[in-house]
Design a protein around this ligand. Structure first.
Ligand code: UDP
Length: 252
């Protein structure tokens, strides 16, 4: 059973323990934009790269799906008159731009990393296939899975559920700007409270905006646990790997 819920010894240091051996980390495009409201914030990018490298060094195998909302979203494109399919293709290409930025930031600090794309575009990245991704992960290479699912009408959240299952990740870690899932938007409702755990069904029934329904349903149908946490606080990714309860776990 690949879905480890217990603690796994860190192969590089017998005294340290890691909660998850293989993860799929979802980063939204929006969080990459930092304070500037558009595009890529260099500081945020470097901070993400450091956090990723530090858990890779502890032996965690890391697949990353990155969004494109900081550059283009198909749905907002249609409001401006773009054809939906073309708009979504533009969105998927935006995720590739972000993937290359993250690859470059990881390489700059000496972390082995490869970009695999769901749409053929060598030499930008190799064409994705799950076996290749798993081979790279087993060698300790961080793998960035760019281009979402490769199909329009999906989001990178759904791409994350799909890729997490394909690469047999123990968990999908959704790094966001908030520290978990709340009963209501904590920025609008001061009475909103945070869930430590929640079921997939409750996320869907309450209409919580943490992930789209397709992504949540796919995780539910295949028993993929999702952990939502604030990736913008330095060191938080490491805390999640250590098993610290800093976010919200979505489970059956
Ligand atoms: N997209 C798509 N198919 C996919 C993944 C993404 O068509 O499988 C497009 C879609 O237009 C989406 C955009 O790429 O709006 C950017 O992805 P997303 O909105 O998920 O990015 P995030 O919100 O995570 O920044």
């Amino acid at each position: 059973m690949h879905r480890g819920t217990g603690m796994t010894p860190n192969p590089n240091n017998k005294r340290e323990y890691i909660m998850f051996k293989r993860i799929l980390l979802k980063l939204s495009g929006e969080s990459l934009q930092g304070k500037q409201g558009y595009g890529i914030d260099d500081e945020r990018l470097a901070q993400y790269a450091e956090q990723i490298k530090s858990i890779a060094q502890r032996g965690v195998q890391i697949g990353i799906v990155i969004g494109g909302g900081n550059i283009f979203r198909g749905l907002s494109g249609t409001q401006r008159g773009f054809d939906r399919v073309k708009g979504d293709q533009m969105g998927m290409l935006a995720t590739v731009i972000n993937a290359l930025a993250l690859q470059s930031a990881l390489e700059a600090i000496g972390q082995p990393v490869r970009v695999l794309t769901s749409i053929r575009m060598e030499p930008v990245g190799d064409f994705y296939n799950p076996a290749k991704a798993i081979r790279l992960l087993e060698k300790g290479t961080v793998v960035i899975l760019a281009g979402g699912t490769g199909a329009p009408y999906f989001t990178t959240d759904t791409g994350s559920s799909l890729r997490a299952l394909e690469i047999k990740a123990d968990v999908m870690l959704k790094g966001t700007r908030v520290d978990g899932i709340y009963t209501a938007d904590p920025e609008k409702d001061p009475k909103a409270t945070k869930f430590a755990e929640i079921t997939y069904d409750e996320v869907i029934q309450r209409g919580l905006k943490v992930m789209d329904i397709t992504a949540t349903a796919m995780a539910k149908e295949n028993g993929l646990p999702i952990y939502v946490f604030n990736m913008d606080v330095e060191g938080n990714l490491e805390k999640v790997i250590n098993g610290e309860a800093i976010g919200t776990l979505v489970k059956p």
